[in-house]
Design a protein around this ligand. Sequence first.
Ligand code: PMP
Length: 368
Amino acid sequence: MTSEIRALLREELQGLSAYGAPQLDVAVRLNVNENSYAPPTEVVRAVARALEGEIATLNRYPDRDALKLRADLAAYLGHGLTAEQVYAANGSNEVQQQLLQAFGGPGRTALGFGPAYSMHPLLAAGTATGWVDGGRGPDFGLTASHVEAVLREYRPAITFLCSPNNPTGTALSLDVVRAALAATSGIVVVDEAYAEFARPGTPSALTLLEANPRLVVTRTMSKAFAFAGARVGYLAAGPEIVEAVQLVRLPYHLSALTQAAARAALAHADVLLSTVEQIKIQRDRIVAELRERGHQVADSDANFVLYRVARDGSADETDQKVVWRRILDAGVLVRDVGLPGWLRVTAGTPAETSAFLAAVETSDSLPA
Ligand code: PMP
């Protein structure tokens, strides 16, 4: 960017980099936590039929309120939720941006507990909302007392909790969510993009919605549903929150094609979600194998694993960049999330796991 244009940029955006996970043409891509399994033929056909049904009426704007899709999403979520408590947009990123537009903005603060999802602070910057990083423990865990203390100090308008957390994979106990709600009078967002991959016994914050009108749970069809390309994310919350985001959404923000495709996919939820158990097996395989080889690995309830690149725990600041490149040279794209000494890998097919584990072995055997 030229200095002339940079000087014209809003102050809070100066010096920031756009979200930029590399999109490289590599055989094994395990860097953005996509679902490695393409939608099966029966879903492809159902989505194609649904899209065809919409094309003849594309001269008309879509249902602005996406009511049928919201009803379908509510039915998928269960917990007695209805369409009035669900809102959908182009990915959960857009949902979170709209929450910040509605409840954040100039003079207000949003707060998260890093390392967490890198888009939360970027969305805050984009909506001129201040950002505070409350941090988390050395094992990436988050305790109720830490969350409480940080929230009482900063009193943010919006708090982001991420469970399971990206990039660490850490799931939160509901006590932490309850503590956040008790410690702040603002909005509490629990980003549950990876909820479907959680290990048994991990409760969803959806169970707390009824008693907590300031609570918002965001979800996505990008991960478990293998529908990242369609861009469908959603939230569940009280009807007042849904009304609030409708104040800032663009008219007809969700295209008729997106709505139809998402509804067709949801009608095949069982088939699409059948890959989740296979992915969890690969996730657990990566965790077990890397630990066996002496790597430090964060517990994961998601479809990815964060691990320390050095086997003896002595990685310095540059190590993960070197190892990332070596693994790429071996044909596997993983993610450097900017955490010194750590890399993140998505759990995909058994063959992809094997390729990744072999690439790590090759990298480990090279001189430092
Ligand atoms: N939340 C988290 C924690 C994520 O990791 C992601 C995707 N990387 C998203 C939200 C956004 O997903 P989407 O916009 O595709 O719904």
